[in-house]
Design a protein around this ligand. Structure first.
Ligand SMILES: Nc1ncnc2c1ncn2[C@@H]1O[C@H](COP(=O)(O)OP(=O)(O)OP(=O)(O)O)[C@@H](O)[C@H]1O
Ligand SMILES: [Mg+2]
Length: 296
């Protein structure tokens, strides 16, 4: 693509072409193109093209500004800012992926069904596409976890009760939920739901994997607040963590069959969007403890 083609591509009707043009201009563009790129940014409605345009503007601006700072600049970036930048990158990449692969997945499913006819139901093609679909859903969740937090007042204790009932109903007799009730807090309910839901599901799955009858307190959820933050912990008497815990947080790492291994990555991203910390550690008497803290 030439620079002129890229500049024309900014007003293409297809978002895919606008995205390609925006990215190409990061290398081909000149400072004089900034006005046109900024104009395109103003009218752009597709999130990942918007990010590509912003990124290109940043690069072109940086190229024309003299570099005044020197030394190790990364060391000066506060952790909160680093988390925000990381969150934006996650949102950008996931948004791009979803936009690019949504329709090929749909088409592959459609042609698989047509071509295989009666064999479709039991086919390996269908099974593999289901895996792709599961990963796709997980990427979508990761994208929402990286979005902007929208705080509102709600009862955290009621949310935890509801999550136990809906996410892990089979485990209700052996989950203890201990904390102040009601517990009104100000936070983003969708992000907090991701954090607690993933911790709860992992705890219940770990207890079920032990293979013996769960006890009344096999999983304990606690919550509370300190001066500056809220916290929720999930303690389980399950199998315990296999291998290094940081590996468990990486996208796609799962020791379970038919799981995408996105749960902890999604939960950590959601906590970081709220400016907080998420940890998973071995519990003192076996099992694991999952702890989320985020700013008030
Ligand atoms: N409470 C826990 N006890 C023991 N191991 C755990 C616990 N929580 C997480 N893990 C380990 O970390 C891995 C990654 O967890 P994560 O939630 O990211 O993915 P998953 O549960 O395997 O799949 P998904 O959450 O996408 O359904 C798990 O497969 C498991 O091995
Ligand atoms: Mg999980």
């Amino acid at each position: 693509m030439t620079r002129d083609e890229a500049l024309d591509g900014l007003s293409a009707t297809s978002a895919h072409s606008r995205g390609q043009a925006a990215r190409a201009l990061a290398n081909l563009g000149k400072a004089g193109d900034l006005a046109r790129i900024r104009k395109a940014l103003k009218t752009e409605t597709v999130a990942y093209v918007h990010y590509a345009l912003q990124d290109t503007i940043k690069r072109l601006t940086r190229r024309v500004e003299p570099q005044v700072a020197n030394g190790d600049e990364t060391a000066a970036v506060p952790e909160e800012v680093r988390q925000q930048i990381y969150g934006q990158a996650v949102e950008w990449v996931t948004g791009f992926l979803l936009h690019e692969i949504a329709s090929p997945i749909g088409l592959a499913r459609l042609s698989g069904k047509l071509e295989l006819g009666n064999e479709w139901e039991g086919s390996a093609t269908r099974r593999h596409l289901e895996t792709v679909h599961r990963i796709f859903d997980a990427i979508e969740m990761l994208k929402s976890a990286a979005g902007v937090a929208r705080p509102q007042e709600f009862d955290l204790a009621a949310m935890i009760d509801e999550l136990i009932e809906t996410e892990t109903p089979q485990a209700m007799p052996w989950i203890s939920a201990i904390g102040q009730k009601p517990f009104l807090i100000k936070g983003d309910p969708a992000l907090i739901r991701m954090v607690i839901g993933n911790g709860l599901r992992n705890a219940v799955e770990a207890v079920e994997a032990v293979g013996t009858e769960p006890q009344p307190h096999s999983v304990t959820i606690n919550w509370g607040e300190a001066d500056v933050d809220y916290w929720v912990s999930v303690l389980d008497r399950g199998t315990g963590i296999v291998g290094p815990t940081e590996t468990a947080f990486e996208v796609g790492n799962s020791t379970k069959k038919n799981h995408s291994g996105f749960g902890l990555a999604i939960a950590r991203q959601a906590v970081e969007t709220m400016i907080g910390v998420l940890t998973l550690e071995p519990a003192r008497d076996g099992g694991a403890v999952y702890l989320a803290r985020w700013q008030k």
